[in-house]
Design a protein around this ligand. Structure first.
Ligand SMILES: [Fe+2]
Ligand SMILES: [Fe+2]
Length: 187
C-alpha cells in the first residue's frame, strides 16, 4: 500500500525537475494566449500581452543561462541547441515589438498571434519525441539539480521585473527609463 511518488517530481524534494518546470511554463503561457484570443477589452488584452511577454522573457533567459548550456554539454547536439537558440532570438524580437506597441496599434493582435504561433512551434520542438527534452531525459543531465537552479533563477528574475513595475526610478536615473527596458540591469 505504499503510495506512488508523484510523477516527474524530484527524488530529493517536492520541487519539479528541470523538464517539469519548463513544461509548466509552456502550459501557463499557452493558457494566456488562449485567453488573449477570447479577450474583448483593450485593458484585458494589454494585461495578458504583458504577462505573456514577461513570462516568455524569464523562461527564455533561464533556458539560455542554465538548461541549454547543460543540454549542449551533456549531448553535444549542436543542431537542436542552435536551432532552439535562434528561435528564441526570433521570439525576443517580436516580444520587443509587442512591448513597444499597444492594443490601439492596428498590428497589435497580429503580433501577439504570430508570437503564439512561433512559441507553439518552438514548444513542440522542445517537447516532441526525439526533441530536446526527450534527449535531455536520455542523457546524464542532473535534471533535479537543474530544476533547483532554474527555479532559483526564475524567482530572482521575477523579483527584478516586479521591482521594475512598482518602484519609481531613483532620482538621477530617470534617463534609464527612456528605452522602457525593465529586463536586465547587467547584474
Ligand atoms: Fe521552453
Ligand atoms: Fe526554448
Amino acid at each position: 500500500m505504499a503510495r506512488a511518488k508523484p510523477a516527474k517530481k524530484s527524488s530529493r524534494n517536492d520541487a519539479p525537475d528541470a523538464i517539469a518546470l519548463l513544461k509548466a511554463d509552456h502550459r501557463q503561457v499557452e493558457d494566456w494566449f488562449e485567453e488573449f484570443d477570447k479577450a474583448r477589452s483593450d485593458d484585458r488584452k494589454q494585461d495578458l500581452a504583458t504577462k505573456i511577454c514577461n513570462a516568455l522573457k524569464v523562461h527564455a533567459t533561464i533556458e539560455e543561462e542554465i538548461f541549454y548550456p547543460a543540454f549542449l554539454a551533456a549531448t553535444d547536439d549542436k543542431d537542436l541547441h542552435h536551432e532552439a537558440t535562434i528561435e528564441h532570438n526570433g521570439a525576443k524580437n517580436l516580444i520587443a515589438e509587442i512591448e513597444a506597441s499597444s492594443p490601439d496599434d492596428d498590428y497589435f493582435k497580429a503580433k501577439v498571434t504570430v508570437l503564439s504561433e512561433m512559441i507553439k512551434h518552438h514548444v513542440k520542438e522542445e517537447e516532441q519525441p526525439g526533441g530536446m527534452f526527450a534527449e535531455a531525459r536520455d542523457s546524464d543531465m542532473d535534471l533535479d539539480q537543474l530544476g533547483e537552479q532554474l527555479a532559483a533563477r526564475k524567482a530572482e528574475l521575477e523579483g527584478e521585473s516586479d521591482e521594475g513595475d512598482d518602484t519609481p526610478p531613483p532620482r538621477g536615473q530617470r534617463e534609464r527609463g527612456e528605452t522602457g527596458r525593465v529586463m536586465k540591469s547587467g547584474r
